[in-house]
Design a protein around this ligand. Sequence first.
Ligand SMILES: Cc1cc2nc3c(=O)[nH]c(=O)nc-3n(C[C@H](O)[C@H](O)[C@H](O)COP(=O)(O)OP(=O)(O)OC[C@H]3O[C@@H](n4cnc5c(N)ncnc54)[C@H](O)[C@@H]3O)c2cc1C
Length: 387
Amino acid sequence: MNQASTHTDLVDIAIIGAGPGGLSAAHALANRGFTVGVFEQAQVLRPIGAALGLAEQGYAALNDISPALSQQVRAQATNPKRQLLMRPNGEVLFADESPMAGTSFTWLGWYNLQACLYKALPDSAQLNCDHSLIEFVSEPDTPIRLKFHNQADRFARVLVGADGYHSVVRKQTVGDGPPLYTGTMTWRGVLPRQALAPLADPFIEGAGFQLVVGNQKNFWMKDAGADQIAWGGTAPQANPEKSESALKTVLQVFEGWPPIVQQMIRATDPLSIIETGVFDREPVTQWGDGQCVTLLGDAAHPIRPALGKGTTLAFEDAVTLANVLDGVTLTDRSAVSAALSSYEHQRIEVTAPLQKKAREQGLASHADDRAEQLKRGFEAVLANRRK
Ligand SMILES: Cc1cc2nc3c(=O)[nH]c(=O)nc-3n(C[C@H](O)[C@H](O)[C@H](O)COP(=O)(O)OP(=O)(O)OC[C@H]3O[C@@H](n4cnc5c(N)ncnc54)[C@H](O)[C@@H]3O)c2cc1C
């Protein structure tokens, strides 16, 4: 059967993935009058992840989607005030005001962002958890059929793959194989601030950021707002295979580092620690099928975290996608196709150069004199500010 079997099976736009990209797109598209189904593989949304940086550009994009939403997200975030930079042997290289203090740059918990976007979803956008997309079938003149693991098929006029690095939608549209592993593994966690009280500098004076750099590894701890501290570590690893126990592995990787590093890791719920490789891809000239399927966020332009722009780019994708689809009749395949190719063209022009830049900067983050480079950079910012 090619047709949607009942009216309730069919939405105007299906979005795969309830990360920041998928949920922000759900807002943007629902605000333009479309019915939206968001399909997420997780059984429930739960507090995982660490913290992410969001600067003015990210809030500006959210503001374009909804000023109220942008304010709600900003209320969850914090601007770092103090910064500490250390070597793994405990030598302090920098302890001062944060170079980001007083700017519009903020940190916020990944889950706090996700929860904020989810709770504010308009009625015309429905989140369906426990829906892991296996494949889609798109044929002329019929809605797209979405096939999920252990769930009934669903139907949509337009499909947006916001399903991250390992996108299933991308596998069918671009078909460029798995993402490219960069040789770096990451571990991330988040914990309530009280779990570590009393905290030492820089956290003692409010929003703080502590960075320990050396031996081609990085470990950072940051105030993530909403009384949470988030941490993350990166280290070179030959392959992106996950270990049996992320807790055990990350403790080993950072063994002998300053005591706060080990304390932070041990105080984290082991089940909430995320262990993932860092991936990217070569930019491509088309994301979708040229008809009624496209990609958004990390699925479209996976970017190394070096520039802290992943979330901002996803929000901007959402704004552009809603703009091009505004007023389009979704049963008109050629109008949809023209709108999606305009979206892809506009966004690839912005994201492709950034993917390349992030790759270059990502390589630099494991340089032997990285700690010295960072110290000089922080001092230069403060010297400029204090002139
Ligand atoms: C759990 C998690 C934690 C993260 N933590 C951080 C962090 O601490 N700091 C940071 O800078 N960045 C983090 N990121 C990455 C950051 O959120 C993204 O770079 C950026 O926000 C773009 O988001 P996205 O929505 O495009 O992709 P993602 O955030 O990767 O979201 C993709 C979503 O799609 C879902 N999905 C994947 N495949 C399927 C499928 N087949 N069917 C249905 N659903 C599917 C995933 O479960 C996920 O919810 C995290 C991502 C995830 C998934």
